[in-house]
Design a protein around this ligand. Structure first.
Ligand SMILES: Cc1ncc(COP(=O)(O)O)c(C=O)c1O
Length: 443
């Protein structure tokens, strides 16, 4: 048996992959990567069209990020942040405080997106028990329909996608659920904000916080909120004294153009969560950033019991923090920032071309995040029956042509690393067009 065959067999036998039906799983073992390309153990390459599940920000094997990790590794791989500090985590916290909107300036580190959300929910809950005028009755959360905030029990409780959560329902806490502001009778912000206002009028006294994925609900199918919605949510939550948690685990760190989606509507949340791209997609590190108002409520002497009762072993890991600092340097460099507007335009051009295809119903884009909807009908109103898994089939066809994508149902997601070249983006467009035609015509 070759090494390749051996790894494939061991993968099947021993690795239990997330969100994967292992009985149908076909291993594709990646050995190395360079820029936007992933290479499997046989040497075949695939363009990473979804940035390795939306986290690789500026390309694989990036010289600056690699060097920062190597340099840090020569000094310190890990020391706990429970009672100790380390240099990269301090510098990263300071950098995030500088970059984050408004007065968001106190950074609580965790290891992944779900944990950053879990921390935000618990900070909000604990805040109301010990702020200047405690309101312990404020302990409920408002979340949006079709929201996705992670898979731990707290983050899943605020999630609203049945296909992920339904089975765990008996384990989850109850939340106040708003309609997803992109589905329903009207597509304007006012309609959905009126629904929020009516909820807050009635129940604000029992609500600790509202949690939202600003501008784009990613796992819902890259669903875009109507303009003005985010701003309106901030105004209403502030008016009714409800904290606002912005989950920027997908939208944060510059993929939309601005560093944070909240900046698009000039919003300063009370808690901001970052993960995924924070380390350039290299290492697991996430952050929950709080305003001084929140942070102050946790100060006191030890006996007061006001310290935040939460923490993870690898919080503020120095290697992750070094990778994050290097990533932020690359992201904010002139080279990346000056290219970004043109790349966004190129992506728009690619989508416009795809829309001329008979089986593309619609496309949408914000910054370097794009989605393509497929349709079986000439008038473009119909959708394929879910059981046909047409999105999955198109992605399998693309894989054979050297493009790695993972769909959300029948929504094709295009989210390449920002380092993608014009020619590589053309390749994505060409493979997508061919794969869509191949699968939809064969049907
Ligand atoms: C908006 C959002 N929040 C939170 C998470 C959870 O992040 P993680 O998978 O790192 O736990 C995700 C993951 O896709 C996400 O899309």
């Amino acid at each position: 048996m070759t090494t390749l065959e051996q790894h494939t067999q061991w993968d099947r036998e021993h690795c239990w992959h997330p969100f994967t039906q292992m009985a149908e799983y076909e291993p594709l073992v990646i050995e190395r990567a360079e820029g936007v390309w992933l290479y499997d153990t046989s040497g075949k390459r695939y363009l990473d069209g979804i940035s390795s599940m939306w986290c690789n920000l500026v390309g694989h094997h990036h010289p600056q990020i690699d060097a920062a990790i190597h340099l840090q590794l020569d000094k310190l791989a890990h020391a706990t942040t429970l009672g100790l500090a380390n240099v990269p985590a301090i510098e990263l916290a300071r950098r995030l405080a500088e970059l984050a909107p408004g007065d968001l300036s106190h950074v609580f580190f965790s290891s992944d997106g779900s944990s950053a959300i879990e921390a935000a929910l618990k900070i909000a809950f604990q805040y109301w028990r010990q702020c200047e005028s405690p309101r312990p009755e404020k302990k409920r959360f408002v979340a949006l329909g079709e929201a996705y905030h992670g898979d731990t029990l707290g983050s899943a409780s605020v999630g609203g996608i049945d296909r992920f959560n339904a089975i765990f329902q008996p384990l989850l806490f109850d939340v106040l659920r708003l309609r997803c502001p992109a589905v329903g009778p009207r597509a304007d912000a006012k309609f959905y904000l009126a629904e929020l206002e009516s909820l807050l009028q009635k129940q604000h006294e029992e609500i600790a916080a509202l949690i939202i994925e600003p501008c784009i609900q990613a796992a819902a199918g890259m669903v875009f909120h109507p303009p003005g919605y985010l701003r309106g949510v901030r105004e209403l939550t502030a008016r009714y004294d409800v904290l606002m948690i912005a989950d920027e685990i997908v939208t944060g760190c510059g993929r939309l153009g601005p560093l944070f989606a909240c900046e698009i509507e000039n919003v300063i949340p009370d808690l901001l969560c970052l993960g995924k791209s924070l380390t350039g997609g290299y290492l697991p590190l996430s952050a929950t950033i709080a305003t001084p108002r929140i942070y102050q409520a946790f100060l006191g002497d030890t006996a007061s019991g006001r310290a935040f009762r939460h923490g993870h072993t690898y919080a503020g890991n120095p290697l992750g923090a070094a990778a994050a600092l290097a990533t932020l340097n690359v992201l904010t460099s002139d080279e990346v920032q000056q290219r970004l507007p043109k790349q966004i335009l190129n992506l728009a051009g690619m989508l416009a071309h795809l829309e001329t295809q008979p089986h593309v119903a619609a496309t949408r884009q914000l910054g370097m995040i794009a989605a393509v909807e497929l349709t079986p009908s000439a008038d473009k109103n119909e959708r394929y029956p879910q059981a046909e898994r047409i999105g999955h089939k198109v992605c399998r066809a693309a894989l054979h042509k050297g493009l790695w994508l993972r769909p959300l149902g029948d929504t094709l997601v295009i989210m390449p690393p920002l380092s993608i070249s014009d020619e590589e983006l053309d390749f994505v467009g060409q493979v997508l067009a061919e794969s869509i035609a191949e699968i939809t015509n064969r049907r």
